[in-house]
Write a protein that binds this ligand. Structure first.
Ligand code: SDX
Length: 435
């Protein structure tokens, strides 16, 4: 069997046992090329094998472009560095969802819609009482998001544009309220209602930290830091949780069910759960390892399951541009808030040693978005077990945009990968007396 790719004619020719099959080449707007294998099995009986889909495109998308070798990340063509510096999370969410930066009127209308939908149905609050106080906020948040499909049964049809639109507002608007209630429940404090005179990031801080016993003034430095963190987490093409959002949505499950599944996928320590794991790792190094060097030796040891959390990435084989932005932001936030820089110094020491160590360099392992984000969250007083829920707050516009794009894609089909079977060949059932 041979495979010849003729770029000029946009065709890959697969020769299987003397029979030739021409497969079209697809080229993206940034010059990425793919072999369209949609006819492969029907014409040759062959399937491809690619555990973790590292070489497999699941869709065609206009939303986000990543060049992992050059450390490039753009939402709808706009570089992440410019959006983090000049935009807001609401404006960036509008861009990701609609494809263009909003006019002032469009942004005001979008923000009004979000503000209008921040309240939870009062009965949802009873759900929290069913969980143990020790419940992880990601488990609670996913359960409550899934339950939204029972409270808002008027907006479940994925094929109805108006219902998808109102569900988009409901998910974006209610997720901060849901996550903040999960935190308040875990510490035995009363839930806070969102305030319509606060913006998105301010409301998050208000719902997370205010109490009925005293006035709470939102710190504008905190609010801007949260807004930038949300922008940096807002979208990232076909990562694990976004692929989950698409997979669940491909069965025409409603948007709340899809988002609930995506939240659970994000929880994993190899994905969004890494931000919590990183800060726990840094505290462990500070309290026990004594130095980053001793810790790094454990991360390199094949017989030790310890991994350098916050390092490595399936796509970025150079720096993750979000990590660079967060590393600079962390230093500024800590100094402005007068917070200890010990965790940041340990992180920087570990990063410097790892980037000077062939084990990490040869495997192209660099800091990713999770390596520095937790240092900022901790400085802002966000509880460690809520870090990943904050990742979900940021990623929700990306999940929804990808889910909606799939719903409009004429080529989209229910997700159903193939496999290579290596189990038993056919055999006859034996009655238990004969076993
Ligand atoms: C996110 O996909 C996205 O876009 C995700 C994300 C987003 O915005 O949605 O960017 C967010 O999830 C970032 C990643 C957060 N996870 C972590 O920080 C966890 C630690 N990192 C790794 O577990 C790992 O690097 C992954 C999961 C991120 C990537 O895994 P891959 O691409 O499957 O790489 P791999 O496991 O095959 O590793 C290749 C080699 C292996 O060594 P060898 O078998 O070749 O000897 O590198 C080693 C691994 O053991 N390796 C690490 C390591 N990461 C990879 N060794 C030590 N520490 C690490 N962190």
């Amino acid at each position: 069997m041979t495979l010849d790719v003729d770029v000029l004619s946009d065709v890959a020719t697969l020769n299987v046992d003397g029979r030739e099959l021409e497969l079209p080449l697809i080229e993206g707007s940034e010059g990425e090329r793919a072999i369209d294998i949609q006819r492969l099995r029907a014409e040759t009986g062959l399937v491809t094998y690619d555990p973790g889909y590292g070489n497999t495109g699941s869709c065609i998308s206009d939303i986000t472009f990543i060049d992992g070798d050059a450390g490039v990340l753009r939402y709808r063509g706009y570089p992440i560095e410019q959006l983090a510096q000049q935009s807001t999370f609401m404006e960036t969410s509008y861009l990701i969802l609609n494809g263009e930066l909003p006019t002032q009127a469009q942004l005001s209308e979008f923000k009004d819609q979000i503000t209008y939908h921040t309240l939870l149905h009062e009965d949802i609050r009873h759900m929290y009482r069913a969980f143990p106080l020790s419940a992880h906020p990601m488990a609670v948040t996913s359960a409550v998001v899934g339950a939204l499909s029972t409270f808002y049964q008027d907006s479940l049809d994925p094929l109805d544009d108006d219902q998808v639109e109102v569900s988009t507002y409901r998910l974006l608007a209610k997720l901060p309220t849901i996550a903040a209630c999960a935190h308040k429940y875990s510490i035995g404090q009363p839930f806070n209602y969102p305030q319509n005179d606060l913006d998105y990031a301010e409301n998050i801080l208000h719902m997370m930290f205010s109490t009925p016993t005293e006035a709470y003034d939102v710190n504008p430095t905190f609010a801007r830091a949260i807004d930038v963190l949300l922008i940096l987490h807002a979208e990232h093409e076909q990562n694990c949780s976004t692929s989950t959002m698409r997979m669940v949505g491909s069965s025409q499950a409603n948007i709340y069910a899809s988002a609930s599944a995506a939240i659970m996928a994000l929880w994993g320590p190899l994905h969004g759960g890494a931000n919590q794991a990183v800060i726990e790792m840094l505290h462990d190094v500070a309290d026990n390892e004594g130095s980053g060097k001793a810790f790094l030796e454990r991360c390199k040891d094949r017989d030790d399951t310890t991994r350098l959390m916050g390092f490595g990435h399936r796509v970025y084989k150079n720096f993750d541009p979000r990590a660079l932005i967060l590393k600079e932001a962390a230093d500024g936030v800590l100094r402005e808030l007068g917070r200890s820089t010990q965790m940041l110094e340990i992180a920087q020491e570990i990063e410097a040693q790892a980037l000077d160590d062939d084990y990490f360099v040869s495997r192209k392992l660099y800091p990713n978005v999770d390596f520095y984000s937790g240092i900022i969250y901790e400085a802002l007083g966000i509880p460690i077990h809520t870090f990943t829920a904050f990742f979900a707050l940021g990623r929700m516009p990306g999940w929804i945009a990808q889910w909606r794009e799939q719903g409009k894609d004429p080529a989209a089909r229910i997700g159903r990968p193939r496999q290579i079977y290596t189990g038993e060949n056919e055999r006859q059932f034996q009655p238990i007396e004969q076993r």
